[in-house]
Design a protein around this ligand. Structure first.
Ligand code: GUN
Length: 293
């Protein structure tokens, strides 16, 4: 039986944020520009409110300017679009993030399409998704970026490895598959209609679970020695009425089978905000380069 390593995303993210903080200081000294991130939250979804609070705190800790826009749940779509347009024009804002999900009366695709692709630090604009797909410089979605950073830290070069991505969302599944392809992995995207899901997963040297179903991936779906990245964050209520967070992978069952696995919490989650800060600095650098030449 192998000893399964625990991939400590929390520690990795702390190190990454410290490095970004130093780079922000250097960039500010060199250019006089402080990178700025604007976060737009419509409504009061409790999970989204927690994310947004953490984002604002960590943005400020990294030495960046943080702008928060909290709008009521019934804010008209036109007002949200007008705010995004104003942020596009604002020279102090280098990154714009509109927290998803948006209330049902707002067309999320329309809002995302209004964000200037140069400030699209979520990488959700079709221009950035397309640029990633054809191998051009792009702003890349944060959670996929965090997954691939952890994988490269754990495994070194990923070329030739067989990766199975479980889930095909625009936020995680599709972009993480693109990034793994860019790293020369052989990539399969599996989903709810895949035949023999366990069999597909058992082929994977790298298994990325991003389906949002608590503990769906069982121990016997994992190839011995595989590296497992668990993107799921699911709140489940136990017998005593207390709730706890679990991933998409049955973590206890993976012990002794997987070579390494990210825990939930403390795995991929902390990497997302760190990568958001990284994208904001990247956007600020590119905007600065474009406007000073
Ligand atoms: N909601 C859940 N995850 C995300 C994310 O990465 N970005 C945005 N904008 N909204 C989210």
């Amino acid at each position: 039986m192998v000893e399964t390593r625990r991939i400590d995303g929390k520690a990795f993210a702390e190190g990454l944020r410290a490095r970004i903080g130093k780079e922000v200081t250097g960039f500010l000294a060199e250019t006089g520009v402080r990178p700025g991130l604007a976060v737009v939250l419509v409504g009061e979804d409790p999970a989204s409110s927690v994310y947004v609070r953490n984002k604002a705190k960590q943005t400020a800790e990294a030495g960046m300017a943080s702008f928060e826009y909290k709008l009521p749940a019934d804010e008209p779509e036109a007002a949200v679009l007008a705010l995004v347009e104003a942020l596009n024009r604002d020279p102090g804002v280098h990154g714009i993030l509109v927290q998803l999900p948006l209330p049902a009366h707002i067309d999320a695709q329309k809002v995302l399409a209004t964000i200037d692709p140069a400030k699209d630090v979520d990488g959700f604009h079709v221009v950035n998704a397309g640029r990633l797909a054809i191998g051009l410089e792009a702003l890349v979605p944060c959670t996929p970026l965090g997954c691939v950073m952890l994988l490269k830290h754990e495994l070194g070069p990923l070329a030739g490895l067989k990766a199975v991505v479980l889930g095909r969302s625009n936020i995680v599944g599709k972009p993480v598959a693109q990034l793994l392809l860019r790293e020369d992995c052989t990539v399969t995207i599996a989903h709810s209609r895949t035949r023999d899901l366990p069999g597909e997963c058992r082929q994977a040297d790298i298994l990325i679970a991003a389906v949002g179903r608590p503990e769906m991936v069982r121990g016997d779906w994992i190839k011995p020695g595989a590296t497992v990245i668990d993107v799921g964050i699911n709140r489940v209520v136990g017998d005593a009425g207390t709730s706890r967070l679990v991933g998409d992978v049955a973590f206890a069952e993976a012990q002794g089978i997987a070579g390494a696995i990210t825990p939930v919490p403390g795995g991929v989650g902390p990497m997302t905000i760190a990568c958001l800060l990284q994208n904001t600095l990247t956007a600020a650098r590119r905007i600065q380069r474009a406007t000073s030449s």
